[in-house]
Design a protein around this ligand. Sequence first.
Ligand SMILES: [Zn+2]
Length: 328
Amino acid sequence: MKAIFFDRDGTLNKDKGYVHKVEDFELYEDVILSLQKLKDFAFFIITNQSGVGRGHYSEQQMHAFNNHLVAELKKHRISVRKVYSCGHRPEEGCECRKPSAYFVEQARKEFGLSLDKSWVVGDHDVDILMAKAAGMQSVLVLTGHGVRHLEASRKAGPEYIAANLAQAAAFILFENGKKLISRNDIAQVSHLERESGKTIVTLNGTFDILHQGHEKIIREAKKQGDILIVAVNSDSSVKGNKGPTRPLNGEVERARILAAFPEVDYVTIFSEKTPIELLEEIRPDVHVNGSEYGEECIEAPTVRKYGGRIHIVGLLPGVSTSKLIGEK
Ligand SMILES: [Zn+2]
């Protein structure tokens, strides 16, 4: 049996600071749908609740809150197998506080879990470190404290950094590698599609931490034709353009989340400075760009040369990866 170990506060329910009162309980809006999609996994919750050891609330209150969470999920036919809570303060040096994998090991023994097929989803570096200690994969979510501890959590090495649980679920679920096409093969794949009468749409970018702006441009791009090919900038080309701290997610992971979109037919990774060579080979019917570049973008002459057109999608005001990760 494969499992997902969720953190509690800041991952499933909103973290209001030592949250412990049932009346303060509030799930993030994408939790129900995301967990329903992940139903092939057994769900567990592992939570550090040092508020008990610090005297902010009682163990009983902690259990009442946990029980309420489990009951709320059950209303939507989502079953949590077990909730593991550590009520100790960090100074106590207990064996159960994350990043210790103590509770994971207990769950593995009791439920017969295959940890190598299991995941951890959480908003702190301790969640990612616990996953590593137990040989599991992990996704860091930027809800809760995710942004505040981004540097430490990134160093811990999650498989993917997601803006929210919905993206984490999409990343975990995407296993079909058929959409991921190598740079060498993408032109041939697009020509085969065209020969069967399909129109080809191209879109390129970094697509680091996905936000609503990315979702909008992908949806609008798909409406422009039959086959949507998304070209993702390689890690080296992103570093060249945006500096050494980017991208946050590696090229394969960025390609994988794009491939999880039903609108996306093929994803390829390219390392050239501009997508011009790629467009020269693919010869798209439509090339889609964000409005910051405009109709006369550098790709325009190449696309028009083969009878294609440029389609511009308006940006969503105030939405960007920089803003998501707390940069000015
Ligand atoms: Zn403990």
